[in-house]
Every structure is written in C-alpha cells, then in structure tokens.
Write a protein that binds this ligand. Sequence first.
Ligand SMILES: O=C(O)CCC(=O)C(=O)O
Ligand SMILES: [Fe+2]
Length: 407
Amino acid sequence: MTVALTDAGHARLTATQTLSHENKGGIDEAAAVEKFSKSFKVIPILDLALLDGTPDDKSKFIDQFRDVLMSCGFFYVKNTGLPDDLQSRMYDVIKKTFALPREEKLKFAIERSPCFKGWNELGREVTYGKNDMRETLSVSYNNRARNENEPLWFNCIGPWNVPTDDQVPEFRATSLEYLSAVHAVALKLLHAVAETLELPPPYFVDLWGVNDDSRPAHGFQFNHYPSIDVSESPEWAENLGDAAHQDDDIITILAQDMIGGLQVQNFDGEWIDVKPIQGTMVCNVGSFLEAITGGRYIATSHRVKLNTSGVSRYSWPYFLHARITSPRWLEPLADDILPEKVRNEKPDVKNRYEAMEFNRKVCKTIGEYRFYIKQMKSYPEAKAIHYPDVDWVKELNIDTILAKKFL
Ligand SMILES: O=C(O)CCC(=O)C(=O)O
Ligand SMILES: [Fe+2]
C-alpha cells in the first residue's frame, strides 16, 4: 500500500506524481487496453474486495487473476483490508530505523547474525555479482535459534537482529502487527491462486506448510534507496538500486512510498515502471508458483533503478515462503489436472525457465538453498565472518560450469 506522506518534501512529490491508472474496480481501463498480453505496458490492478463479494464477483476475480498470473505475473491489489494507519506507522518505523547513526545501526548489523539477518550497509548487498545501491534490514520472523543437532542450514532462519526498544521504541509492536496483517493478505491470495487452478483453496498452504507457526520462514525486509548524486559519485552511475531478479518465493507483497523506481520486464524485454498508486500494494509471482505450474504462471523479472530523485525511497516487501524443510524441487502439477486454459498456455520463457529449473534442483530442501546459495552469495562479508571455510559449490556438489551459467 502506498503511504500518505506528511513531510513537506514527500508531499510535494506525491502531489505532482501523475498516475496512469484510475482506480475504479476490477482491472482498471489503462490495464485493460493491454489486457493480459505478455507485451504488457502497464500493470493490472486487482480488487481484493471482489473475493468477499457475490459468487459472480468472486468468479470474475478468479478469471482475471488467472489471466494476470499467466501474462504479467505482477499486479497491484487494492482493498487489502490493511489499515492505512498501520502502513503509515510501519513507514515511520522504517524511516526512523535507517535514520539511526551508523554506530547505532552497527549494533544490529548483518555481520553479527549467523542467520544473515539484520542491517546491511549501503552498497554491500550483491545481486548477480553487482552491488545494490540500497541499505536493507532483513527482519522476518523472530524464530528460535538452531539446535546443535540440526543441520547447519537451519540457520537460514533464526532470531531477530533488529533495533532495541531504546533505539526505535515502536519497532517490535508495529512489525509484529504488520507481519500478521500482511500474512493474512498473502493467504487470501494463495487461496485464490489455488482456485485459479480449480484446486481446493488450501492446496498450496498445505503443500508448502505456509502456516507453519512453529518456524515461519517468510521474509520481511526494509529497503532504503538513498538518492545518489552521480555527478559526485560517478562510480555508482552504472549500478542499480536492486539488480534484475526473480523473487525466489511463492508470492511477494510489497509496500512502497510514492517515489517510484521499481520496474518489471515484459516478454519483449522492455522495462515497465510500477508507479506507486495510493491505496494499493504491489504483488508478484515467485519462482515456486512458476515452477509448480510448469512455467505458466510467471515469476517476472524486476529491478529497482538507481535512485537519483533527490529524495530517499523506502519499500517493505513481505516474501511468502515454504517451510524450510520442504523439498526444493517439486514436479510441476500434471497437465491433466490443470484447467484447460492453463494447460494450453505453453511457457515461452525457455531460457528463464531452464535457469530456474536447474537452480531449483541444486538443493534438496528450501532451507539448504536459502542458506548456501542465496544468503552466502548475497552477504559475502557476513559469510566470511561466520562460515569462513564453507564452499557452497563443493558442499552441494554442484557442477561448476552450470553453476557459473545459471546461479
Ligand atoms: O524496492 C522495491 O520496489 C523492490 C524490491 C525487491 O524487488 C526485492 O527486495 O526483492
Ligand atoms: Fe524482488
């Protein structure tokens, strides 16, 4: 959900932002022009209120949703049920957290956590070999620490490494409130995804242990993209806020302020702006849904441009993940159980899908993959401190040539 901003600089930007969508219900007209094409030029808006409406409303939603999942993989949702004031409070907490002096943020730096949680300084995160021009705080859930008799990769989740109550008094209460509210939206969407495939609504929730209360693996992250003056720092001119990637989860639900910068790639290779729209959140398909549907539901590639707007940008995504002990690779749903409309949609994403397929077969479990590949690659400094001797390519017995090509 975009946030009504109060300070003068932001309010000015909000007022001058021209939004291409008119928020009328269902999918708006701007999106309908490009209806469900893989050459999309705008991102559709879905109205979650339809799911609680009449049976007709609901089936309209499910039909639209299926088309969106097969064509674009990215969509706004409105009428999420998340209180506006919760979004504003979350936004204030995020701003306060990143505004702490560096010495204070170092107290919860990612290097202090064997679970790769905590604050990651500007420019330190690496996505596909490039440094992202953002600082982040990986929050997620406050899980218990790994027991000694559990595999090392159980450290892919663990206890919070976040500001203390003295540093940001509202941090804990607001984050917990937000996590529970956004998780409810994610569940609603995941039930609807199952319905687009004519499966029982809890199908994926059960398959992936999404409601595993004992050790929730979902991600929650704060992102701060400071404005970079490239005339002063020309060495950063070619970097991005966040390099192009697919989300490696089931579904992502992102809240952002009104600054903009997120872009998604259509199948003609064009980068399309995901402009902030008041009262909406941005959702996208993750690689798990892409894999289980044999590439029919698209985990769209996206990136964040280098922020040169003159004003900081903040975003806070929630990543719905499977239980860490779930198998990393699941055979796609058999063709004969897919509804005809989905079955007939042949994925034309060969290269992307192949890479993803390889990538998913590399590890036995989701936790193993997150720990050895994702986290160790993304946070090299933290890896060097906690796991100096671990060589993940060897550890997982990966073909080094394929690893170079695909990972
Ligand atoms: O900040 C954004 O708008 C997107 C961030 C993102 O794609 C991610 O953190 O995976
Ligand atoms: Fe992402």
